[in-house]
Design a binder for this molecule. Sequence first.
Ligand code: BT5
Length: 319
Amino acid sequence: MKSKILQLLKDSDGYVSGEEISKILGVSRTAIWKVISHLKEEGYIIESVTKKGYMLRETPDLLTEDEILYNLNTKWLGQKIYHHHQIDSTNKEAKKLAAAGEKEGTIVISEEQLAGRGRLGRTWVSPPQTGIWMSVILRPPISPADASKITLIAGLAVCEGIQAVTGLPAQIKWPNDIVLHNKKICGILTEMSAEMEKVNYIILGIGINVNINSFPEDIKNTATSLKIEGEKDYDRKEIVKAILTNLEKYYEAYLNKQDLEDLLEKYKRHCLTLGKEVKIIHRNEEFIGKAVDLSEEGELVVEKQDGQVVTVFSGEVSV
Ligand code: BT5
């Protein structure tokens, strides 16, 4: 009922009377009053005037389920959201839920992470209410060998989502970073539970620096935020919605093997790494070469300095 009342308030230009809400939803005036009080506690500013009714004045800047579901046009992705004010890591929580049987498409999102994680045990700086720290549970019917492609699809969805909402020229640094003017605004951490031939679940962790003003000393030269680059605050909810819409579309296209060439073309168009000289660090090997292409499998095709061409499917890349 809460989300329905909120929707009525949001959809209305002026006041909505208690009577109207009561008629539309078939609930008592007292029940409505209780929901309104609850919404106020959550940070909504709602004016109530005798004989006129209720009017929504301000919405809290939070990534709650109600806020994200409002006008979200996905079929299944993000239709269930666990929202936290504070958590150690959304990936850790999503993993717990997935292991307990949570269905595909469910999302864990937090305003702040106290132990946000990057790849290989690194930390991810996740200050309160200024970023998007979320994890998506996916259960693709694919073999574990193909799981890295899900990261590429997510990168494309995030990059285009950011571009669409902010107009900023976000680019993908293969395989999993989104950058603006060559500084990192987003990292993606894909974790998987799998058997030999089958993926049980994939946790797609997405961290985006939205309205962060400054970064700790050790990353301040390599990290940036949408606010620093665009010199204004951005609406985090709109970015989440745009990403979820893209991600559902591209993920389905990938699983249905539709328009795969188009997906690859799109990825290449946004990919900053192609055509550049790169240093690849993979396991114990390190080499310099030119990133000449992206294979159909999503691997980076690198021409080494001695002319030898190799494909790289994971690793660290510096441009
Ligand atoms: C990543 O790792 O880029 C993956 C980051 C994924 C974060 C999301 S947030 C939601 C979900 N829950 C989690 O716990 N994690 C995921 P990697 O490529 O290893 O980059 C990590 C490195 O980036 C660190 O060692 C720092 O140097 C730098 N870094 C840390 N925090 C950053 C930030 N907020 N912005 C830019 N760079 C950062």
